[in-house]
Design a protein around this ligand. Structure first.
Ligand SMILES: O=C(O)c1cc(=O)cc(C(=O)O)o1
Length: 502
């Protein structure tokens, strides 16, 4: 007989598992056919551009009182795929991540299906051990004998963790007493640093005015002598320097700060050295290129995002902390009795979730672990070497081509260049020239998006007008794609001129 409480029938499950299982099976087939099997086909479009107002009409976004039948849901899934940017595509060069890693994708399917939350061993035994193993291996590549770390949702969050840890180390009372009585803390970073330095300063109550941006040289590298000057000046003004954030692989130029010289200054002034290697950390996997991060073993903390050059799925970001003084746990643990019971039947030191600022947390390390298991260290090294070799090839091709002008000789996978259309090539490089050149990249970007043939980032940067930033990552990218990139930009310009003349 039916059991009712408050008019609700409680007998049996509420959902028909059979229908749900069938929907999952059909949706997975759709993902396989429309995403995975098309991912590396350069004849597919990188994007099916629609302006927001039009896309709102095309997508049936409204949530209604009654649910949709499975066949309708599958149509919605098809539309979602159709109008989503194909970041796996070999000609998706828009960001510091790209491409499809099949092994990481399987890991992501698995964690979505298993849906663990990585706070305690009892809920996530496998994924906690995987995270511990991956962190240990990454620490080995940084060159520390021991250390700690945690995966978190973004390189920006890693930087915030590091800054807060440094402040806690400087003044442990802050955990209980808050910001009262603290001197004016100052942190130092380069003028090319990631914008999360500002975010961290505002989020942590340090204040963006207390972020001191140190000048960089012509290749975007922090100038140590300038850092020394700024630290001494801050002390003279009665402020309290506590951290330097060096960058290994800056976002736009791909520049690597001189870590050894910066570490000397940090030692001399007892400052915490954090290295934001979110983008450049992956070069540590390559014996040929790891010298870009020479001196990184002297850092107190490192941010390193395998979701960038190493293609673990977004997000896969590690914060690594030198030595094993349990600083992370001391700084962040809040010992929730309903998660971190101390009388469990197993060794609770495996309940590592309490060193996170999060409660529920995704098993992000697993995406990287699966790729590492599949490729091995040597395979990952080869992936980095190939990306940098392709970058080298593109730089050489740009130097041969009329109308393409490098901003600087890159040291990593960021190739920054202007495209100078025929109409500007004879013009003298005065204010009018730069004003006109500033309009070129946005116009070409619009055309490539509408054509769906390519996605390439552009930006103005520290007084330089809009220029393209090519980023080479994916092993599915070929030399032909590099040639295509240059040919397509020329063609898009030509097509624009042709439409205007028509
Ligand atoms: O994780 C990324 O892919 C990423 C992070 C950034 O801050 C900036 C960029 C970027 O400029 O492409 O990418």
């Amino acid at each position: 007989s039916a059991v009712l409480v408050d008019g609700v029938v409680l007998n049996g499950p509420t959902t028909d598992a059979k229908a749900g299982e069938k929907f999952v099976e059909e949706a997975c087939r759709l993902i396989m056919e429309e995403v995975v099997l098309k991912a590396t086909d350069v004849n597919e479009k990188v994007c099916e551009w629609r302006p927001p107002e039009q896309l709102k009409q095309l997508l049936d976004l409204e949530m209604r009182d009654s649910g949709e039948p499975p066949h309708r849901l599958l149509e919605l899934c098809r539309d979602v795929i159709r109008y989503s940017v194909k970041t796996n595509h070999p000609r998706f060069f828009n960001q510091l991540y790209a491409g499809l890693d099949y092994y990481s994708l399987v890991a992501r399917f698995m964690t979505e299906a298993l849906n663990p939350s990585v706070y305690t061993y009892e809920v996530s035994p496998v994924f906690l051990l995987v995270e511990e193993a991956v962190l240990k291996k990454m620490i080995e590549f940084i060159g520390w004998k021991e250390g700690d770390g945690i995966f978190n949702p973004g390189g920006s969050v890693s930087n915030m963790y590091a800054i807060n840890l440094a402040r806690y180390k400087y003044h442990p009372d802050i955990k209980e007493k808050g910001l009262f009585g603290l001197p004016r803390l100052i942190l130092f970073t380069s003028a090319e640093c990631h914008y999360s330095m500002k975010k961290a300063a505002s989020f942590l109550g340090i204040g963006t005015e207390n972020v001191c941006f140190v000048e960089t040289d012509g290749r975007g590298k922090m100038i140590p002598e300038e850092l020394e000057k700024k630290v001494c000046q801050a002390r003279k003004e009665g402020a309290a320097p506590f951290l330097v954030c060096a960058t290994s692989g800056t976002t736009v130029l791909g520049a690597f700060d001189p870590l050894d010289e910066i570490a000397d200054i940090c030692e001399r002034h007892s400052l915490w050295l954090h290295v934001d290697a979110s983008w450049g950390g992956s070069a540590l996997m390559s014996r040929k290129h790891r010298k870009l991060l020479h001196g990184i073993h002297r850092a107190d903390s490192v941010a390193w995002n395998p979701h960038k050059m190493l293609m673990a799925g977004i997000q896969c970001c590690a914060l690594l902390v030198k030595d094993n003084s349990d600083l992370l746990k001391e700084c962040y643990s809040a010992k929730a009795s309903y998660l971190f019971q101390q009388d469990k039947f197993y060794d609770v030191s495996y309940d590592t979730g309490d060193k996170s600022i999060q409660c529920s947390r995704r098993p992000d390390a697993f995406k990287f672990w699966m790729t590492w298991k599949a490729l091995g260290t040597l395979g990952l090294e080869e992936r980095v070497n190939r990306a940098l070799a392709l970058s080298r090839y593109l730089v050489d091709e740009i130097k041969k081509r009329e109308g393409f002008k490098l901003l600087m000789e890159p040291e990593y996978a960021n190739i920054c260049f202007w495209y100078i259309p025929p109409s500007l090539r004879e013009m003298e490089e005065g204010p009018e020239y730069w004003a006109k050149l500033n309009l070129v990249a946005p116009a070409i970007k619009e055309r490539m998006m509408k054509k769906g043939s390519l996605m390439l980032g552009y930006q103005p940067h520290r007084g330089k007008v809009n220029f393209f930033r090519q980023v080479v990552i994916s092993p599915q990218v070929s030399r032909e794609d590099m040639d295509f990139l240059l040919d397509e930009i020329d063609l898009l310009e030509y097509e624009k001129r042709a439409t205007i003349l028509r």
